[in-house]
Design a protein around this ligand. Structure first.
Ligand code: TYC
Length: 119
């Protein structure tokens, strides 16, 4: 080797494999957290011939926070069309509303039906 050449650059350390953190450790790759919005359900009241209109209006006011005018409008829609949406909620909230409405109806001896459906 001739004496007048510049010195060689220091040798680079070997490139480490992408999935190793060095010193033999394997690093778990973090996945981006995927948070889905909760799936929504509509709570639906069904018409029947026996539940009093006033009871349905009370249900819509008490369990679905509707004012008297809106509750009366929704009740009449159900009365004429056979069914009507009371509100749209995350699954667990919708399930609780259905249970509370059915419990109140049975307690008062009404056959009112209340169901939930994927929105
Ligand atoms: N059809 C009932 C009546 O004439 C009133 C009613 C309305 C019942 C809505 C249920 O979800 C209902 N008394």
């Amino acid at each position: 080797m001739p004496d007048d050449l510049p010195p060689e650059p220091p040798a680079k350390p070997p490139a480490r494999p992408a999935r190793e953190g060095g010193h033999g450790a394997v690093v778990a790759e973090k996945k981006a957290a995927k948070t889905k919005p909760p799936s929504l359900y509509q709570v639906v009241l069904l018409n029947d011939d026996y539940t009093p209109m006033e009871f349905v209006v009370m249900v819509l006011q008490h369990f679905f926070q509707r004012d008297l005018e809106t509750a009366t409008h929704i009740m009449l829609m159900i009365h004429h069309d056979g069914r009507g949406v009371c509100g749209v909620f995350p699954k667990d909230v919708a399930a609780t509303k259905v249970e509370l409405v059915l419990a109140a109806a049975r307690r008062d001896g009404h056959p009112l039906q209340c169901i939930m459906e994927a929105a």
